[in-house]
Write a protein that binds this ligand. Structure first.
Ligand code: ZN
Length: 155
């Protein structure tokens, strides 16, 4: 099963995963740093609110659950999540790359999965923002930005 801290250490960069909380199933952001730092955020941007379940819960509990997350992914995504099939050109999404599958990447925004050709930066476990586009007969994402959290957040 998934341990995001372990994956961050293995990949050597910070991961930011948009998914559901294991306790309350609200949309949250999991931040895992390669040095073992970890936090769950309610939202991105100042002042980086820590998710209440993580504040009050057991901080030592690792982000693994026997049934809540799809075991086919190394990044925790909700089990039984649906594919988005209502894409339109120009639609903005903010999602984490949860699998790289040949030329296409699978992204998750915590609500839906997307299979897209990525135009721009973004690696496994990174959260990107972009606009949906057509690339030939396929759906793609023009990356506008990589979502990064400030280094001092976990210090
Ligand atoms: Zn929660």
């Amino acid at each position: 099963m998934v341990d995001l801290r372990q994956l961050a250490a293995e990949l050597g960069y910070s991961l930011l995963v948009r998914t559901n909380c294991w306790e309350c199933s609200c949309l949250v952001y999991l931040l895992a740093k390669p040095d073992g730092g970890f936090v769950i955020l309610d939202d991105l941007g100042p002042d980086w609110p820590v998710h209440p379940c993580y504040q009050h819960g057991n901080r030592n509990r690792s982000y693994r659950s026997l049934h809540a997350y799809d075991p086919n992914y190394r990044v925790p995504i909700p089990a039984n999540i649906k594919w988005n099939n209502t894409l339109r050109v120009g639609q903005r999404i903010c999602a984490t790359i949860v699998k790289v599958d040949g030329r296409k990447s699978i992204l998750c925004d915590g609500k839906y999965l997307y299979r897209l050709l990525i135009r721009g930066p973004g690696r496994l476990g990174e959260c990107i923002e972009g606009g949906i586009m057509r690339i030939g007969s396929q759906w793609g994402l023009q990356v506008i930005g990589l979502i990064e959290c400030p280094d001092e957040l976990l210090q």
